[in-house]
Design a protein around this ligand. Structure first.
Ligand SMILES: N[C@@H](CCC(=O)N[C@@H](CS)C(=O)NCC(=O)O)C(=O)O
Length: 209
């Protein structure tokens, strides 16, 4: 049994999608980051960086923050969605790190400057829109000859997909990235992805691509 501390954001949805894919029993604890729940002493004892997601594994008492660390832990524990063989694992890991260090943080800045604060910082808007388009182009090329980012559907896809699901906030027209759009819709069709997206609550329909 896993306790999941989360909110309706891409980083939170990565973990709820994985838990749904794994079919693992979990209890959701909503952490409303708009109201400051992430700075409560109770949450900080689990997520000391005051950011969701975080988990507690009741089987062994492990507390974890950072979505990439949580996903690799859960994938390894259940031996699914992340390769074990060293070379395949390194290849998958490089794309997971690309998401954690590039796609997520950069698109997050695009949300901040372009979606929520348009007109306040034109230089930042230009910088992060350019970076957004560059990152979409990298993913577009990667998906040119494959259905998933690494060989099989994996936590790499689950980590990237919730960020791409906010393409409208990023002023991205997915028809300009047809390989990304096909991949996005392929993953959207999965019932576990749809269930995990609406955790901890339904905020609206999932963008269709
Ligand atoms: N690198 C972290 C980033 C987590 C993160 O940025 N979480 C955001 C929501 S998507 C958050 O909790 N923000 C609250 C805050 O900054 O106070 C991860 O992947 O888990």
């Amino acid at each position: 049994m896993i306790d999941l501390y989360t909110w309706t954001t891409p980083n939170g949805r990565k973990v709820s999608i994985l838990l749904e894919e794994l079919g693992v029993e979990y209890t959701v604890h909503p952490i409303n980051i708009g109201q400051g729940d992430q700075t409560s002493p109770e949450f900080l004892a689990i997520g000391p960086n005051n950011k969701i997601p975080a988990i507690v594994d009741r089987d062994n008492g492990v507390h974890l923050m950072e979505s990439g660390a949580i996903m690799t832990y859960l994938a390894d524990k259940h031996d699914r969605f992340f390769p074990k063989e060293p070379v395949a694992r390194a290849e998958a890991n490089q794309w997971l790190m690309w998401q954690m260090g590039g796609l997520g943080p950069m698109l997050g800045q695009t949300h901040h400057y372009v979606h929520f604060n348009e007109g306040k910082a034109p230089y930042a808007e230009e910088r992060f829109l350019t970076e957004t388009n560059r990152l979409y182009s990298v993913l577009e090329k990667r998906l040119a000859d494959r259905d998933y980012i690494v060989d099989d559907y994996s936590i790499v896809d689950m980590a990237c997909w919730p960020w791409i699901s906010r393409y409208e906030w990023q002023n991205v027209n997915l028809t300009q990235f047809p390989n990304v759009r096909d991949w996005y819709q392929r993953i959207l069709a999965r019932p576990a992805v749809q269930a995990g997206y609406h955790v901890p609550k339904k905020m609206g329909e999932i963008p269709g691509g």
